[in-house]
Design a protein around this ligand. Sequence first.
Ligand SMILES: O=C(O)CCC(=O)C(=O)O
Length: 217
Amino acid sequence: MMKNMKNDSCKLSQPCPGLFLVEDFLLPAEEQKLIENLVTEISPPFKLASFNGTHLGKRWGVHCNLRDRKVGHPENPLPTYLTSLVQPKLNALSNPKLRTWSMNEANAIEYKKDRGHFLISHVDDRFLSKEAICNLSLNGDCYMTFTRVKETNKGLSSNGGKVGDVVKVLLKRRTLQILTGDARYNFSHGIKNEDLMSSSRISITMRESPLTEKINK
Ligand SMILES: O=C(O)CCC(=O)C(=O)O
């Protein structure tokens, strides 16, 4: 159980170094509101994506071009259900990495189990997004597989471990994941189709880009 975050009604855990889980981060009614907004809003729509696995996806905020490693102007503004519902709840957690954290980029993914959807194992770009990455699970549970791809850097808190080590993490619906340190930089994360535990699962991943100010000012 981790000690540096307080939240009276949430169950907190750290299944992998640097990965913090906050179960029941959302109330069932808040989860329903987010799902309803995500599936009913016309712009942006969910579209079939194949860049990092096959699934339905949409994104908001600054445009991170992973190929050129550049950050461009926002294409779709961040929706108010993220900026006014989720952002204040994130800043209210006592994790020091989230105290001044402010999302300027987010994407949602819908996985349909019967369509074979999955997420390719990847490490989020270390230059295009700041350290803390926040991720919400909605509508269904799944296992996410974390695989160590690098030894621990000096200064990151870790129990050690070898490249290739695998940690399977149960993500229940309404759980918040906060990826920092080792989990953020030295483990890849992905979701196999067989590890989706319901017919549909939706995730929202929120990031802060450090490069935006230079480009937008
Ligand atoms: O579906 C998830 O929970 C993870 C999504 C993710 O890692 C991403 O969008 O980069």
